[in-house]
Design a protein around this ligand. Structure first.
Ligand SMILES: C[S@@+](CC[C@H](N)C(=O)[O-])C[C@H]1O[C@@H](n2cnc3c(N)ncnc32)[C@H](O)[C@@H]1O
Length: 179
C-alpha cells in the first residue's frame, strides 16, 4: 500500500504545513513575518523617546524583538498583538528568560480589533495596505501626544514629526497624535 510507505512523510508534513500557514496567512491581514533588524528596532525606540513606565504596543509583534528591547532597555510595559499563536509562546519564553515577563504581554489575535486608547507608543512594521487601514483607527483611538513609529511604511493623513533613513531607501517614521 502506498500509504504504508508514505505515512511518516505525511505525519511530518502536517506540522510543517501548519507552521508555514501560520507564518504566511497573516500576510493577507497585515504582512508576513519579517523581523525588523535589531539596529532598526533601536532607532525606532530612540525616535519615540520613551519614558520609563510608558505603555508600548507593537502591532504584529512577531518574535517580540521590539517588545523585549523596549522592556529591557527602556523599562516600558509592552503589549504585542499577533495572529500567529506560536509567537505568544515564543515571546513568553524569551521574556521569562530575560526577566521581563511582568512587563511583556502578547495577545493572539487580529490587531484591527485592538483598543489603543492606553498606548503611549505604537510600533508597526506591516504592509502599506495595513497601514492605510490603521491610519484612521489610530487617529480615532490614540490619546493626544501618543507616538506612532513605523518602519518602511507611511500613515496616510498623518504628517511625520521625524524621518530617519536606516538603510538606503528605507526609512523609520515618527508620528505624534495631535492635541
Ligand atoms: C513584518 S512582521 C513584523 C514583526 C515585528 N513587529 C518586527 O518589527 O520585527 C509582521 C507581523 O505582523 C503579524 N500580523 C500581520 N497581520 C496581522 C493582523 N491583522 N493582526 C495581528 N498580527 C498580524 C504577522 O504575523 C507578523 O508576525
Amino acid at each position: 500500500m502506498i500509504l504504508d510507505r508514505w505515512w511518516p512523510l505525511l505525519l511530518a508534513a502536517g506540522p510543517l504545513l501548519a507552521l508555514a500557514a501560520s507564518l504566511l496567512l497573516p500576510g493577507f491581514r497585515g504582512g508576513v513575518w519579517s523581523p525588523s533588524p535589531q539596529d532598526v528596532v533601536r532607532v525606532m525606540l530612540a525616535m519615540a523617546r520613551p519614558r520609563p513606565g510608558e505603555h508600548l504596543v507593537d502591532l504584529g509583534c512577531g518574535d517580540g524583538r521590539i517588545l523585549l528591547t523596549a522592556a529591557r532597555e527602556f523599562d516600558l510595559h509592552c503589549t504585542g498583538f499577533d495572529m500567529n499563536p506560536l509567537w505568544r509562546w515564543w515571546v513568553g519564553w524569551r521574556s521569562r528568560r530575560a526577566g521581563v515577563a511582568d512587563r511583556v504581554t502578547v495577545v493572539t489575535g487580529d490587531f484591527f480589533g485592538a483598543d489603543l486608547a492606553q498606548a503611549d507608543i505604537v510600533t508597526a512594521f506591516l504592509s502599506q495596505a495595513a497601514c492605510d487601514r490603521l491610519a484612521p483607527m489610530l487617529r480615532r483611538q490614540m490619546r493626544p501626544g501618543a507616538r506612532v513609529v513605523t518602519y518602511q511604511r507611511t500613515l496616510p493623513g498623518w504628517r511625520p514629526d521625524a524621518v530617519q533613513e536606516v538603510r538606503p531607501g528605507k526609512f523609520v517614521y515618527l508620528y505624534r497624535q495631535s492635541f
